[in-house]
Ligand binder design. Structure first.
Ligand SMILES: Cc1cc2nc3c(=O)[nH]c(=O)nc-3n(C[C@H](O)[C@H](O)[C@H](O)COP(=O)(O)OP(=O)(O)OC[C@H]3O[C@@H](n4cnc5c(N)ncnc54)[C@H](O)[C@@H]3O)c2cc1C
Length: 412
C-alpha cells in the first residue's frame, strides 16, 4: 500500500486543483458539500456545473475521448473527486447515468445510440434513471416481470418498476424487461432505452422516512419503445444488466464520506453536557467513539488498498464490497449514538432545536437505504463469502428452469 501520490498523480492533482480554484469557491472549514440526492431543487445548478466541467474536459474523466471523456484512469477520477469535494459546488446527481448507464451503452449499444445519447448524458443536458428493481425483483433482479412484446418495429411494455431514483426529473431510463418467459430467468430478458416522457409512463413519488422524495414507483401501461432503442440482442439483456450492476458496485465504492462523520461526533461530544460536564469526559462516551474511530480507520486503509490497485492499473476485486458492508451499518450506529448523546432533543427532526441542524437524525434515517442500495448487507456478505473466501455457493434451484415454471404462489 502506498499513501503518496506518484509525481504524475501529484501533477494531475495540481492541475485539477488549479481549475477548481479558478471556477469555484473553496468550502469554509467544517462545511460539507451537499450529498448526491439531498436536494432535488439544486438540479439546475447541478446541471450547469456539470456542463461547465464538460466544456473544460473535466467531466466523466474515465470515459474514452471518442465519447467526450478525458480517457483518464479511475485513479485520476478519484483525485479530481477528492479535490472537487473541497469546493462549494452543487451536488453530483448524475452518477447513475454517467457511472452505470453510459458505460452500458458504450459496451452494448449501437453506433447510432452512442452518437445520439452519450454526449448529452456527459454534459447532463439529459438526465437518466435506472429502471431495474420491481416489487418482487431486487436482489434477485433476474426474477423481473415487466414484459415487452414485439409489435412491428416497436415493443409494447407493461409492468411496474420501483425505487427508481430520479425518475421524476429524468429524460431517459434504462429498463430491463421479460421478453421470453419460457426461457430460464436470466435468458429471456431484453434491455431498452426508454423516453421517460413516452405516453403510458406514470411516475409516482415515494416519500421516504426523512420526508425526501428521491425515488419513485414507475408504471408502464402499453408504453411503446422503438426497436432501435434496444440495447444488445433480444433475450440477451442480462449481459447489459450485469455491465450496469458491475459499474454500480464500482461507483458506490466504500461509501466513505457519507453520513455523520467522526469529527462531527467528537464536536458534538465536546459541546454536549452530561451531568454538568462535557460528554467527552465520560469514559463510556470516549470508549464508544474510540470504537467507531478504529473501525473507520480500518475502512480508510481498506479504501487505500483499492486506490493502490487502481494506481497500479488493476481493478479492485470483490473484496471492495467490504467497504459498504462494514461502512453502512457503522454509519447507522454512529448516527444512533449521536442522537443518544443529544438526550431529549435527539428525538426531534427540528433543525432549530437539534445539534448540527439535525444532521445526525438525517443520517440515521437515510442509513437503512444505504444498507440496501447497490447490494444489501446480506448480498454483500454472500459476495465476500463466495468470491473472496471461496465458501460454497448459495443453492439456486430456479436457475435452469423456464421462468414461467417457477412457482410464485400466485395465479399467472
Ligand atoms: C436509496 C436507494 C436507491 C435505489 N435506487 C434504485 C434505482 O435507481 N433503480 C433501481 O432499479 N433500484 C433502485 N434501488 C433498489 C435496490 O436496488 C434494491 O432495494 C436492492 O436491490 C434490494 O432489493 P429489494 O429492495 O427488492 O429487497 P429484496 O431483494 O426483496 O431483499 C429483502 C431482504 O431479503 C434479503 N435477501 C434477499 N436475497 C437474499 C439472499 N440470496 N441471501 C440472503 N438474504 C437475501 C435482503 O438482504 C433483504 O434484507 C434503490 C434502493 C435504495 C435503498
Amino acid at each position: 500500500m502506498d499513501f503518496d501520490d506518484t509525481p504524475e498523480e501529484a501533477a494531475y492533482r495540481e492541475e485539477a486543483r488549479a481549475w477548481l480554484d479558478a471556477n469555484a469557491e473553496r468550502l469554509p472549514p467544517g462545511k460539507k458539500r451537499v450529498g448526491a440526492f439531498e436536494r432535488d431543487d439544486l438540479l439546475p445548478q447541478a446541471k450547469a456545473w456539470q456542463a461547465k466541467k464538460a466544456d473544460a474536459n473535466w467531466a466523466c474523466i474515465t470515459w474514452p475521448v471518442e465519447y467526450g471523456g478525458r480517457g483518464g484512469s479511475a485513479l485520476q477520477s478519484v483525485i479530481f473527486g477528492q479535490e472537487e469535494s473541497k469546493h462549494d459546488v452543487p451536488p453530483y446527481m448524475f452518477g447513475i447515468g454517467q457511472g452505470m448507464l453510459g458505460p452500458t451503452i458504450m459496451a452494448h449499444g449501437t453506433d447510432a445510440q452512442k452518437k445520439r445519447y452519450l454526449r448529452p448524458l456527459l454534459r447532463a443536458d439529459e438526465v437518466w434513471c435506472q429502471l431495474f428493481s420491481e416489487p418482487a425483483a431486487g436482489s434477485d433482479l433476474a426474477g423481473l416481470r415487466t414484459t415487452a412484446v414485439k409489435d412491428g418495429d416497436e415493443w409494447i411494455v407493461n409492468g411496474q418498476k420501483i425505487w427508481t431514483t430520479g425518475a421524476h426529473y429524468s429524460d431517459f431510463g434504462m429498463v430491463v424487461t421479460r421478453t421470453d418467459p419460457t426461457a430460464p430467468k436470466h435468458a429471456g430478458i431484453t434491455y431498452f432505452i426508454v423516453d421517460m416522457k413516452a405516453p403510458g409512463i406514470e411516475i409516482r413519488p415515494i416519500t421516504q422516512i426523512n420526508g425526501s422524495k428521491d425515488f419513485n414507483e414507475v408504471f408502464f401501461n402499453d408504453v411503446r419503445i422503438p426497436d432501435e432503442n434496444r440495447v444488445g440482442a433480444v433475450n440477451d439483456g442480462w449481459r447489459g444488466a450485469i455491465t450496469t450492476l458491475m459499474n454500480e458496485r464500482a461507483s458506490i465504492g466504500s461509501g466513505q464520506g457519507l453520513g455523520f462523520g467522526i469529527q462531527q461526533l467528537l464536536d458534538l461530544a465536546r459541546q454536549t453536557e452530561w451531568d454538568g460536564r462535557p460528554a467527552i469526559e465520560d469514559p463510556s462516551v470516549r470508549a464508544r467513539i474510540a470504537d467507531f474511530y478504529w473501525k473507520l480507520k480500518g475502512l480508510e486503509y481498506t479504501g487505500y488498498r483499492a486506490l493502490t490497485s487502481l494506481s497500479r492499473g488493476t481493478t479492485p476485486g470483490p473484496e471492495n464490497s467490504i467497504g459498504k458492508m462494514v461502512g453502512a451499518p457503522l454509519r447507522q450506529e454512529m448516527a444512533a449514538f449521536a442522537i443518544e448523546l443529544q438526550g431529549m432533543a435527539g428525538a426531534t427532526l427540528d433543525a432549530d432545536v437539534t445539534w448540527g441542524r439535525g444532521s445526525a437524525q438525517q443520517s440515521w434515517l437515510a442509513s437503512p437505504g444505504l444498507r440496501l442500495a447497490g447490494g444489501t448487507d446480506e448480498i454483500l456478505h454472500n459476495i465476500v463469502a463466495e468470491r473472496v473466501l471461496g465458501l460454497p455457493g448459495e443453492i439456486r434451484v430456479d436457475k435452469d428452469k423456464a421462468f414461467s415454471d417457477i412457482p410464485t404462489g400466485r395465479a399467472r
